[in-house]
Design a protein around this ligand. Sequence first.
Ligand code: TGC
Ligand code: FAD
Length: 392
Amino acid sequence: MRTDLYTGHDYFNMDDLLSEEHKLIRDAARAWVKQEVSPIIEDAAENQVFPQHLLPGLGAIGAFGPYIPEEYGGAGLDQISYGLIMQELERCDSGLRSTASVQSSLVMYPIWKYGSEEQKMKYLPKLATGEWIGCFGLTEPDHGSNPGGMVTNFVEDGDHVILNGAKMWISNAPFAEIAVVWAKDESGRIHGLIVERGMEGFTTPTMKGKWSLRASDTGELIFDNVRVPKANILPLKSGLGAPLGCLDSARYGIAWGAIGAALDCYDTALRYSKERIQFGKPIAAFQLQQKKLAEMITEITKAQLLTHRLGTLRNEGRATSAQISMAKRNNVDMAITIAREARQMLGAMGIMNEYPIMRHMMNLESVITYEGTHDIHLLITGMDITGENAFK
Ligand code: TGC
Ligand code: FAD
């Protein structure tokens, strides 16, 4: 791995829109990533393992539940701060950001928003420090884009429920202490349950063989007559809207994160193009390469503006789910296009792990699929502007 020389790119002076606190938070996350993660990330991806020793550090930079109130162990920050942290993590690796966004938006968020006071006090402080890690079980082998069709279910048994079913493609599952699991009750209504490692009949087999997001652990959640105390059911919200509300928060973080991946690819290609000499001059001097770089920074800048505005709307409680879908879809597509162009700019060197581009490109193939596919987000926008539902 080369020394991480990344410095950031701000073509439209976006920093003017940030407070001093925002810049401090972003710069601290960037410095931590450069020191602790950049030197080991290629090996982690190569070996297909999430470096778990990073968890306390992620907690210390505020990456776990940045916007959760301090009384529950969170950092009490605003939505722009959350976005900036996700951007810095994904600038290094989408899997690193995945670990943080699952913990924050898919585990801590539902406990904070839909949980009882006892559940909040029991779980949130340990999740904020990284002492405990959680995962989020919505997707099933036969229900991905259509989570409302899920078959995982529970039946009442005194002060417990008996949970049966299976979830697939679950980030952090192999090592998580708890899982926020979405399952149907006897009437078919969806509820969130906190399932703890060690409950009899609960297993989390690892899924191997991914060519994408290799530095993030993915697994299944299997429930074979698991007895879960009723006290572990999230009491304050049920129905499909409950897990979808968590996805809004995670998709917002991904919109910021994708900008980070795009910035790293652009930064790498720009630096390489100034150093690589062909036909007696740097390849940066050729118009074809300038076109690629100019288009990259244009698209990154447009995404930065869109996403900062979305952050402001979220701070004001005014961002709609459809606006979040548009930003997630646009920014991930922008990042994957830039990764492909940047890879070509490095020629043969672009396929090597000495540079991060190929890893970003492969990671983004997951990011464009999870948290709602590229198609699903287009249909959400389509439904929002036409009033017509094209899903079913
Ligand atoms: P539909 O009938 O439209 O809606 C059901 C109920 O939900 C409400 N709702 C929302 N509520 C909050 N936030 C949202 N974004 C919402 N979208 C819809 C809706 O109002 C309704 O409420 P109510 O009270 O009327 O019942 O549901 P549908 O079955 O037609 O499905 C709609 C669709 C396709 C958009 C949705 O299911 C969807 O988003 N599918 C994509 C699935 C997905 O994104 N899965 C992600 C799994 S988690 C993951 O990928 C983690 S990766 C993590 C990482 O490593 O970073
Ligand atoms: P499908 O839903 O089978 O879709 C297949 C294709 O059909 C896609 O191109 C899709 O766009 C298209 N399609 C589907 N429906 C329609 C339609 N109505 N109209 C037009 N086209 C349609 N899930 C979790 O719950 N928790 C996690 O932590 C998690 N982590 C993940 C980590 C990784 C690395 C990956 C790859 C996935 C993860 N997921 C997780 C699952 C992810 O959310 C799903 O893969 C995603 O929602 C898509 O579901 P699917 O793969 O079953 O695809």
